[in-house]
Design a protein. Sequence first.
Length: 398
Amino acid sequence: MRPTRTLRAAACAAALLLAAACDSSGSGGSSAGGLNPPDLKAPTKLGRTEGQVNLIAWAGYVEDGSNDPKVNWVTDFEKQTGCQVHSKVAASSDEMVKLMKTGEYDAVSASGDASLRLIASGDAAPVNTALVPHYKDIFSGLKNGPWNSVKGRMYGIPHGRGANLLMYNTQKVRPAPTSWSAVFDGAPAHKGHVTAYDSPIYIADAALYLRATKPELKIKDPYALDQKQFDAAVALLKQQNANVGEYWSDYLKEVSAFKSGDSVVGTTWQVIAGLAASEGAKVKTLVPKEGSTGWSDTWMVSSKAKHPNCAYKWLDWIVSPKVNAQVAEYFGEAPANSKACAETSDKNFCTVYHAADESYWKKIAFWNTPIEQCLDGRTDVKCVPYAKWVQAWTEIKG
């Protein structure tokens, strides 16, 4: 079984209220300059390794052969560094944040809906990228993003990225869609066979669609919604709900639904589309003309790390070309290291996942966590915080 992430987005922690304005649209190049996290120092050099490292990760990121004997990039790391790996799989970003606060873990593979929380609360320390030799080969679009940096200072090492795509049944959805209208305004044409991602962060998908189709709402950032904008997104999703056959969080269920015809159009990930097609489903995917949401994961070091030297060794190992390629193929995402594409077993993998296509990623609004202080820079209004997104999601599905 391939790994999956289930309901990654969770309730916003109070620490995020410390955060200030930053631009979360696009793929990077604009760090969270308004955020004022605790003044923590990154190491200037590494010392002797401590013999172990404790990690929090998404399923599929830290594989030692126990799940699949053919999938193992941990054993060689342990042999080369002397750092024994102890890992904890987290089911959500909220769980990652809670675990990091215990001080029992050295590093975490945080998504954008967790990383700002960890930075704002001081649970994640800034990273000295000079101590991670393979950082120089990371795609530029993943560096200094609003979810992993503050004022140009990196708080982690990018791991990989993925887009939330529109998938449709080529035999039942004609003509081929080009817009998210297929699951919103045009959803009644496929009533009962529309599927949507089961998470409050999906509200951003509606906001992204409204940004293009309702310019009078003046939405700049799908994660920075004032009350009027938020209400419009919620209303659109309540309207969509009448046409949704299933909300998915388990990728295997979505594969099954598209194979059986229970679902014919909806949001998906590239790995799901590939599996569905390999099992006979007549499906295609695209990034619609409005763009899309997506994720970018970052390995972050705990400010209370007991094994910081081993943690830095892990950060460099996991983004080394060969290992980063293995993780990307196993998990189903674009690798972060520009040299990883030469190491993939499927030589077409990076083309399918648009790994080196920065123009593609500029169309993706990577997940971020909404806070009252609007992420788009506005100061004359308050934005709706994520806790209220969670409440609204229950109403939308209810």
